[in-house]
Design a protein around this ligand. Sequence first.
Ligand SMILES: Cc1ncc(COP(=O)(O)O)c(C=O)c1O
Length: 374
Amino acid sequence: MTEEFPLAPDLCHLNHAAVGPWPRRTAEAVARFAEENASQGSVGYPQWLGVEQRLRERLARLIAAESADDIALAKNTSEALSIIAHGLSWSPGDNIVGIRQEFPSNRIVWESLADRGVEWRALDLAASSDPEPDLLALCDASTRMIAVSWVQYASGLRLDLEGIGAFCRANDILFCVDAIQGLGALPFDLASTRADFVVADGHKWMLGPEGVALLYVRPELRDTLSLHQFGWHMVEHCGDFDRTHWTPAASARRFECGSPNLLGVHALEASLSLLEEVGMNKVWEGIQARADHLIALIDRRGFDLVTPRESERRAGILTFRVPGVASDHLYPALMGRRVLCAHRGGGIRFSPHFYTPLEVIDRAMETLDQIVRG
Ligand SMILES: Cc1ncc(COP(=O)(O)O)c(C=O)c1O
């Protein structure tokens, strides 16, 4: 796999939960697209639309959606969440149940509905030893939606989506999943999770660029979302510029108002082609092996693992603390020594991907040892 990831040999890239590196084929697809634009202009536009369609198909397969028509391409996760939050009709007194420690986009978007009388109720994970039952216990007859991340960005906790989804379906509650910290790392199955909405930007575990995100809306719900962005691209008869009467596209394209981000589309399509070639089961096996390896190194040093230890409770994120050493001291020291990581949840967050050489993980931990020894 190293030929697909020409990362600088002195760099320990353990930051896929922030912004992943591009595979070589992605860098080449972007370079080809740039060259084509420079020398041919948009002569190849029809072929570019073919790449866009392939991307929708790949994303549909990644979440096991029935059709590429169910996939909209948004700018980012936050935009996709905003389309959902401000597309649904709410009544004063409705509530949305979520998690207090969520990434800000997953809190702010729901809080932005407060002026419509909608309450965002959040579970404090710090006070919960069993998150799913505690989350469900916050629901009542006024709960319209449960909105959570599949994998928590700071602690790396992976939720049991199937259990939450079954509860939502049984109680007529909508289920919105921010899948950005899981998609591209482990298999996702729409049918068993029963998610009504799935959102995820492509720049983390999917190894794509920033600026192209998946927005899945369950087809039955599509036209219950009011639209707030309009333009030539979101209409049923897209491209028929002489037409004066229009209706929103029947497909998820109705959520895309104007020109697509074709540069980003070319990049993400190439990145997903690699993940599909490897296969999501193999990708997930690779990540688990690296996570197990890292946990053994963390344990051997007596560091505190913030991420749950059980494999069904985590994905690719491992956050830990070094007793007696402040993480805000460790983080810049690691970054200064070319260990690309993050400072999250009061600890150091490492997030290797399936291809990360074990030697890179070992080297990062040895660098950490040197910093701790002073
Ligand atoms: C759970 C979660 N949601 C969303 C995002 C990013 O949102 P966006 O794609 O809008 O930049 C992140 C990035 O760290 C995240 O961890």
